[in-house]
Design a protein around this ligand. Structure first.
Ligand SMILES: Cc1cc2nc3c(=O)[nH]c(=O)nc-3n(C[C@H](O)[C@H](O)[C@H](O)COP(=O)(O)OP(=O)(O)OC[C@H]3O[C@@H](n4cnc5c(N)ncnc54)[C@H](O)[C@@H]3O)c2cc1C
Length: 468
């Protein structure tokens, strides 16, 4: 990068927040994503305000410098791995939190993690009932940019459902506010769908390729203190799937609902069973791990009763082992995928949603891919909204074995293709989903046009949005 540009960047944020030191660049060449080759950026900048982000983007735009917005760096599909010659814009210094008690909302800066937010809101007996399993390092803004799902999604939906509005710096340095706060006289965030088309939604899942989110406004809810943890057994996949649907239909307060197939459960318990204190058990073919939650005890007790009846009506039985869902819920800020790191696994992951009735289809495709390609794998998932079930299958490989790494890439691409045919829907347009997709040409063309309209020089995280 031209040294003159570095000097101009230093003038914007101060010399201590710009770096071209090799050790710093190495740190930013990687992320939590395994199986993506590190790439050194030319420089890293850490702006502390929206105004600084505006000036940095103006400068990058003028000079045609590719920029990689980065927050917690916990994304798993190479989204923040820099491009050659790029500038990483790390946003963790923008970390203010403003609570709007009467509006039942909160606004967080781009550097606020779910852990920081939860600590803040718990003092007010509130929460944003949504926890990705990376909550201690993932920021809310980064999670909005990937359109994430997490613990709490079973009841409250994915992060998109909880967003009221965004402050976004566009690639040319202009700043817009979406939602009710687009009116600068509004008392704060209280309505998402305001002023016509849903511009908030345009940036959700946009992977930093349409602009930089500097603030996120979210709904808050009164914190729950009454929980029930239990496991439910079924012999047929469809029974477990219908159990989840009937829980929803009856408005049962399930915060976390995950179906485990026997072998997958064995593998998972091998990783975390002792830590959670799960007793040995002859598990049924399908186990549902369920956390019910309520702000009222009478409501919870009624839901527990209803859940038992719904389980039995679907041909299942209450197992009564509470340690599994309790361990998962209590560990919700760091549970998902952590176990794989603990065991030193390297993997490629394929986040997607199915409907609960299609739950078994992902399992079938995963098992056949593992058999065909002779790979180890694992998947877990959870109910993630009105009618969806979130999945994150992982295929493991030995990073020292380059042949196996290539095999895992091929298997990953093929799995994506097959899952798409089953009706699976990815959270975001990660490039590997695009490979096998022929039926969405007009849709992808529109995304390309939107990208071009917002970012004609193509400086924002190039290539990350389905290769665009
Ligand atoms: C152990 C583990 C468990 C996980 N569990 C979950 C889970 O349960 N649910 C889930 O959804 N994800 C999960 N993830 C994936 C990851 O944590 C999420 O993708 C996370 O929300 C990313 O947030 P981040 O702040 O780390 O973003 P980064 O990794 O820094 O960035 C992610 C993407 O967003 C863009 N971006 C970042 N900040 C901004 C911004 N301010 N404006 C515009 N674009 C931006 C980046 O360019 C990149 O494309 C898990 C990851 C790990 C390591």
């Amino acid at each position: 990068m031209d040294p003159k540009v570095i000097t101009e960047l230093e003038e914007i944020v101060g010399t201590e927040y710009v770096s071209t030191r090799e050790d710093v660049l190495i740190a930013y060449s990687v992320s939590a994503s395994t199986s993506f080759e590190p790439v050194l950026p030319d420089a890293v900048i850490r702006p502390g305000t929206t105004q600084e982000v505006q000036l940095v983007l103006k400068l990058a735009n003028k000079n045609g410098i590719p920029v990689i917005p980065r927050s917690g760096g916990s994304s798993l599909q190479g989204e923040v791995i820099p491009k050659k010659g790029s500038l990483v814009i790390e946003l963790m210094r923008i970390n203010g939190i403003t609570l709007y008690k009467d509006l039942r909302s909160v606004t967080v800066g781009a550097g606020v993690t779910y852990g920081m937010l939860d600590k803040f809101l718990s003092k007010h007996d509130l929460w944003v009932p949504f926890y990705p399993g990376s909550s201690l390092s993932a920021t809310v803004a980064g999670n909005v940019a990937v359109n994430g799902a997490g613990f709490g999604s079973a009841k409250f939906g994915c992060i998109a459902e909880l967003v009221f509005g965004l402050e976004v710096v566009l690639p040319d340095g202009r700043v817009i506010q979406t939602g009710s706060e687009a009116n600068p006289n509004a008392p704060g965030p209280f309505l998402r769908y305001a002023f016509g088309p849903d511009l908030t939604g345009l940036f959700i899942g946009s992977l930093g390729s349409f602009g930089i989110i500097t603030k996120v406004s979210l709904k808050t809810h009164k914190r729950m203190h009454f929980f029930d943890y239990n496991t439910y057994g079924f012999e047929v996949a469809a029974q477990a799937e219908n159990f989840l649907i009937d829980l929803k239909q009856n408005d049962i307060g399930s915060l976390w609902a995950a179906i485990y197939e026997g072998q997958i459960l064995d593998f998972f318990l091998d990783m975390v069973g002792d830590e959670y204190g799960v007793p040995n058990h002859d598990w049924p073919k399908y186990t549902v791990s369920l956390v019910l939650g309520s702000i009222r005890e009478d409501q919870l007790l009624s839901d527990v009763d209803m859940a038992k009846g719904i389980c039995e009506r679907n041909g299942g039985h209450v197992i009564g082992i509470r340690e599994l869902p309790k361990g998962e819920w209590n560990d919700r800020m760091r549970e998902l995928a952590r176990s794989s790191y603990v065991h030193g696994w390297h993997w490629r992951i394929l986040y997607h949603h199915q409907t609960p009735t299609n739950w078994h289809k992902t399992m079938e495709e995963l098992w056949s891919i593992m058999d065909e390609y002779r790979l180890l794998g694992h998947t877990a998932g959870f109910q993630s909204g009105h009618s969806s079930y979130n999945y994150y299958p992982q295929l493991y490989y030995d990073p020292q074995d380059k042949d196996e790494e290539q095999t895992v890439r091929n298997a990953h691409r093929e799995l994506a293709r097959r899952l798409f045919k089953t009706g699976a829907v990815p959270f975001k347009l990660a490039p590997y989903w695009i490979d096998g997709v022929e039926e969405m040409t007009d849709y992808l063309e529109l995304v390309k046009k939107l990208k071009h309209a917002l970012d004609p020089k193509g400086i924002m995280n190039p290539g990350v949005l389905g290769g665009i």
